[in-house]
Ligand binder design. Structure first.
Ligand code: C5P
Length: 226
């Protein structure tokens, strides 16, 4: 008898839609693995910048993506997942807005997306996977049983990012963040490969004014078929 595939729950959406927090809550509630695919693009953006590569040089960035070793490590103390890039814990560096912008630039290069394909699909392990990204439901796991697209107004998303970054001691203004978020969204939605969009079979949830727990509860109800 053919074995049923490992279940995948895809959560796509723009930056600041609450995906990261909601996905962590979901992975914990379901006892499933978690793929933070944005961290992979950030890691490549970081590695390319560290190597002094011109981010608009598609060939050089693709070679860098193919050569970069990325691992996630749970610190085991409830702290943030460490992102080990070529043996160095780059968890803090990759969370900056500069690195987010670098990630968004290199994510438009088809060779980079191809280089990360198998790595991402390899996260699909029993008992299940919560996949956080932009193209999880459209490209990486098109056969996922449950697909969700989280959105929120740009103003609310900028406010959330502002709170997160301030908590980390990073100094950014709300106006600059709103500008950055709008620019990143426009770039992610308009690129030729794997643009940011909801899969036709995704359920769209607007999280404006909604807590992360309330959003996670809505998604859990979908997973459990209620
Ligand atoms: O989700 P996060 O903000 O960490 O993602 C950083 C950037 O990586 C996004 O702006 C997007 O350009 C890119 N990305 C992507 N595909 C994914 C995840 C992230 O293109 N699956």
């Amino acid at each position: 008898m053919p074995r049923s595939p490992v279940p995948v729950l895809t959560i796509d959406g723009p930056s600041g839609s609450g995906k990261g927090t909601v996905c962590r809550l979901l992975a914990r509630a379901l006892g499933w693995h978690l793929l933070d695919s944005g961290a992979l693009y950030r890691a490549i953006g970081y590695a390319a910048s560290m190597a002094g590569i011109d981010l608009s040089d598609a060939g050089a960035v693709t070679r860098c993506a193919e050569a970069t070793r990325i691992r996630f490590r749970d610190p085991g103390d409830g702290g943030e997942t460490q992102v080990i890039v070529n043996g160095h814990d780059a968890g803090d560096e990759i969370r900056t807005e500069t690195c987010g912008a670098a990630a968004s630039a290199i994510a438009a290069i088809p060779g980079v997306r191809t280089a990360l394909l198998d790595l991402q699909r390899g996260f699909r392990r029993a008992p299940g996977l919560v996949a956080d990204g932009r193209d999880m439901g459209t490209v990486i796991f098109p056969d996922a049983a449950t697909k969700v697209f989280l959105t929120a107004s740009a103003a609310e998303r900028a406010r959330r990012r502002h709170k997160q970054l301030k908590a980390k001691g990073l100094d950014v203004t709300l106006a600059a963040l709103l500008h950055e978020i709008e620019a990143r969204d426009a770039r992610d939605a308009s690129r030729a490969v794997a643009p940011l969009r909801a899969a036709p079979d995704a359920v769209v949830i607007d999280t404006t004014g909604m807590s992360a727990q309330a959003a996670a509860d809505k998604v859990l109800a979908l997973v459990h078929g209620r």
